[in-house]
Write a protein that binds this ligand. Structure first.
Ligand code: YSA
Length: 263
């Protein structure tokens, strides 16, 4: 008689990666924060020092929502003078502001969650994907704290000792802003052009980050003369694609069991 094997369900690779990430940051004292996916323009842009008509808004192609905000929904009843126009959040950075408004520093949080962008898809871009936001606010926080935190995270996530380097970059909600590169976890720069991960550069471009802009702290009710902080934002899908050498980010959303069963 043929033996019938039962196929068991399991968590999706992205859910597994998020559990991993929460565990690693949890061991460094980070709590998990959440925010709504249907967000207001006020939190997605205005409070992050990105005024209307500012060219920086072009960095985030936006799906706007038609629905009118209702009084019952606390995420949309913003009060007089606040911009309640609704959208699908384009990044997890609004969670930073929501958290700062309702908590007193010091704190350290991560906010993993789904975000949406009105853009064409390709091997490295999806129209919906996951981001990981990080925020630390305390006394005398510097880029050195950011570097140490990320080196610990990458070493554990990629399973190889990691070094971080920063290059100047621009995001309206941080000053200074940086682009973070991590040393190649596959070859540490030794495999030359053969390395499929770093292509011989020894570095992988991985996320945006910086020191929280004083205007953002102040707008959220935190005195920037007393407190400072760092923040970062990475694509979880991209971290996963890198770690497992997937050829196309869209495979993660294809529903193809030949892909997801490998995790
Ligand atoms: C920057 C500074 C901070 O202090 C805090 C957060 C940030 C990140 C900022 N909010 C942001 O969204 N930057 S980003 O537009 O460059 O996206 C961050 C990461 O999301 C990228 O590095 C990439 O890994 C991922 N990403 C962006 N568009 C994507 C995507 N992943 C998949 N598909 C897309 N379409």
């Amino acid at each position: 008689m043929p033996i019938m094997t039962e196929s068991k369900g399991h968590q999706h690779p992205i859910s597994l990666a998020i559990s991993d990430i929460i565990g690693i940051f949890g061991s460094m004292g980070f709590e998990v924060a959440e925010g709504p996916e249907a967000e207001s323009e006020y939190y997605n842009f205005d409070t992050l020092n990105i005024p209307k008509h500012h060219p920086a808004r072009d960095m985030w192609d936006t799906f706007w929502l038609k629905s009118k905000p209702t009084e019952e929904d606390p995420s949309t009843s913003l009060g007089a003078g606040k911009n309640a126009k609704q959208l699908l959040r384009t990044h997890t950075s609004p969670v930073q502001v929501r958290y700062m408004e309702s908590h007193k520093p010091p704190f350290r949080i991560i906010a993993p969650g789904k975000v949406y962008r009105y853009e064409a898809t390709d091997a490295t871009h999806e129209a919906q994907f996951y981001q990981l936001e990080g925020l630390v606010v305390g006394k005398n926080i510097s880029l050195a704290h950011l570097k140490g935190t990320l080196e610990t995270f990458f070493s554990k996530f990629f399973g190889a000792a990691s070094t971080v380097r920063m290059r100047p970059s621009y995001f309206p909600f941080v000053e200074p802003g940086v682009e973070v590169d991590v040393s190649c976890f596959r070859c540490a720069g030794e495999a030359g052009k053969q390395c499929s991960v770093c292509k011989g550069t020894g570095w992988i471009e991985i996320m945006g980050a910086g020191l929280v802009h004083p205007k953002v702290l102040e707008g959220a009710g935190i005195d920037p003369h007393e407190w400072s902080g760092f923040a970062f934002g990475a694509g979880i899908d991209r971290l996963l694609v890198l770690r497992h050498g997937l050829p196309d980010v869209r495979l993660l959303y294809s529903g193809d069991l030949r892909v997801t069963d490998q995790f």
